[in-house]
Ligand binder design. Structure first.
Ligand SMILES: [Zn+2]
Length: 124
């Protein structure tokens, strides 16, 4: 698959949003996860199928860690993940690596959060 990933407006941008958007597909090719954006299906030679985009928005930033499912024509679907502004398209085993690393990163964030709380307590 090339870098033809379609950008779909974010569907779930906070922890309060539904886990997975449940919008019915309107893909003319019947791709189950595809939102059927007419702009990405207008070229008769190439259809870019894309699912809803998920990201994080809060006091820490805007539309961070975005990802969605993407598929170019009949190629295998991939998970497109924003990283340094580009969108590498990950295979299933690469998504597993991402999930593992995100878990470790969350653990580090929690540890540093505890350090911050301790540092603030020490100042009080
Ligand atoms: Zn589609």
């Amino acid at each position: 698959m090339n870098k033809a990933t379609a950008r779909i407006p974010a569907q779930a941008t906070s922890a309060d949003a539904p886990l997975i958007a449940s919008a019915p597909t309107t893909c003319p090719d019947g791709v189950a996860f595809c939102t059927g954006d007419p702009a990405s299906h207008s070229d008769p030679r190439e259809h870019v199928h894309a699912g809803p985009e998920y990201s994080m928005t809060g006091v820490y930033g805007f539309e961070l860690m975005a990802f969605n499912l993407a598929q170019l024509d009949n190629d295998a679907p991939r998970l497109a993940f924003v990283a340094h502004g580009d969108w590498p398209e990950l295979e299933l085993n690469e998504v597993d690596t991402l999930i593992r690393d995100l878990g470790a990163h969350l653990d580090r964030l929690k540890a540093v959060r505890a350090q911050l709380a301790a540092a603030l307590d020490a100042r009080a």
